[in-house]
Structures are given as structure tokens and as C-alpha cells.
Design a protein around this ligand. Structure first.
Ligand SMILES: N[C@@H](CCC(=O)N[C@@H](CS)C(=O)NCC(=O)O)C(=O)O
Length: 216
């Protein structure tokens, strides 16, 4: 295999977590660099050269910086087909995989950004209304994902772990302090309990120093 090199800029539990998890799950060698977003390190000039929006993740792929968690998951799945984290272009589940990657990154992730950052990204005086709308969007996404899993499906797409599950798990974790966390939905709670036992999930939590989710 051609040599591939990766450097992941991450913050614990942030949008970088799914990419970090994927690199571990795919057993791909990489270097991890902590960006202390609590201390504002994402706005350092050197970091802004890699990520002009001042966000994590950034993944340096063979020397060039790339951004956007969902795009990075899809890129890594393409570059490492042996990880089997996406259905092949010919597979019948391919359309569902594309749909779910876009749904999570296009609908749920921006609502999460609004919920967490309404006062910083927008007018603090209007933040309560933005947060309330974001909460409705987030809860309706949990209902949609819960219905998609139902009693029968172990994974969100097909019969195999995929990047969709990594992204969904990260997003569900972000809801842990909301008035209705994702685990309030019965099928999502069972799904989280299955996924949390994956050795790569345990390992990414260990490396990022994350504890307490999902609750025992
Ligand atoms: N759409 C981006 C969102 C990235 C994002 O919002 N990251 C947050 C952490 S979850 C961040 O870097 N926050 C620091 C800030 O905005 O100052 C992605 O999915 O990669």
C-alpha cells in the first residue's frame, strides 16, 4: 500500500471525536495534536492557517489540511476500504449511507452548533429563540433515528458498522446534558449500549480522557 500520513488536530469530545474514533477503528497510524478550545487555541494564528474558521477537527492528509468531520470520515472510508466503514459504490446500502451522512451533517450537526453556540455565533439577545428551535430540530432527529433503528436494525445503515454510526454516536453524546438526551429514545438507548462496548470506542474515550457517557 502507498504510504499515507495523518495528523489529527482534535479537542476532547468535540467534532473531531468521530474522526479520532475512525482512525483507531481502522487501525491507521496517525499523530494526534490537542487543540485546547477552552483556552482559545483554535484562534492561534498557526492553527488558523490550517483551519481558517478556527474549528476542530483538522486532518492533515499527506501534508495538506482538510476539514469537516463528515467529509473526513467519508474520505478515510474511501482511502481505507479494508476498514469496511462504508458500503461500496455498487452496494444496495450505498444510497442510504450517503443519505444518512448528509442528514447527520446537514440537519443534526448545524442544529447542535446552534444549541451550543447561539450566543457566540449570533446575537446573544436572540439566543434563547435559536436554542429553542435547535432543540426541536435535535429532538425530531432523535425520533427519526430511533424509528430508523426500530427493533430490527443493529446499525443505522445495512448490517455493518459504518461511518454513520460513528458520527451518530458522537452527536448523541453531545445531547447528554440536554433536557431530552438521545438515550431517552428506547431504540437509541439500546443502540448506544451496543456501540459503547466496541474496543475502538473505549479507546477513543480513554485517549481523549472522556468519562461518564453513556451512563452505567
Ligand atoms: N461542521 C464542522 C463543525 C466543527 C465545530 O463546530 N467544531 C467545534 C467543536 S465541536 C469547534 O471547533 N468549536 C470551537 C469554536 O467554534 O471556537 C465539522 O463537522 O467539522
Amino acid at each position: 500500500m502507498q504510504h499515507m500520513s495523518y495528523v489529527l488536530y482534535y479537542a476532547p469530545g468535540a467534532a473531531s471525536m468521530a474522526v479520532h474514533w475512525m482512525l483507531i477503528e481502522a487501525a491507521v497510524p496517525f499523530e494526534a495534536v490537542l487543540v485546547d478550545i477552552e483556552a482559545g487555541a483554535q484562534r492561534d494564528q498557526n492553527y488558523l492557517r490550517l483551519n481558517p474558521e478556527g474549528r476542530v477537527p483538522t486532518l492533515i492528509v499527506d501534508g495538506l489540511p482538510h476539514r469537516e468531520s463528515a467529509a473526513l470520515l467519508m474520505l478515510l472510508a474511501e482511502r481505507h476500504p479494508e476498514s469496511m466503514l462504508m458500503p461500496s459504490p455498487q452496494a444496495s446500502e450505498r444510497a442510504d449511507w450517503l443519505e444518512m451522512m448528509l442528514y447527520l451533517s446537514n440537519t443534526l450537526l448545524p442544529a447542535m452548533r446552534d444549541w451550543f453556540y447561539a450566543a457566540e455565533d449570533g446575537d446573544p439577545g436572540g439566543a434563547a429563540a435559536v436554542t429553542a428551535l435547535a432543540q426541536r430540530r435535535i429532538e425530531s432527529a432523535w425520533s427519526a433515528l430511533d424509528a430508523r433503528l426500530g427493533d430490527k436494525n443493529l446499525w443505522l445503515v445495512g448490517n455493518h458498522l459504518s461511518t454513520v454510526d460513528l458520527l451518530a454516536m458522537m452527536l448523541m453524546r453531545w445531547s447528554r446534558n440536554m433536557s431530552r438526551p438521545a438515550t431517552d429514545w428506547a431504540h437509541l438507548a439500546a443502540y448506544v449500549n451496543r456501540l459503547k462496548t466496541l474496543p475502538s470506542f473505549v479507546e477513543v474515550n480513554r485517549r481523549e480522557g472522556l468519562k461518564g457517557w453513556p451512563p452505567e
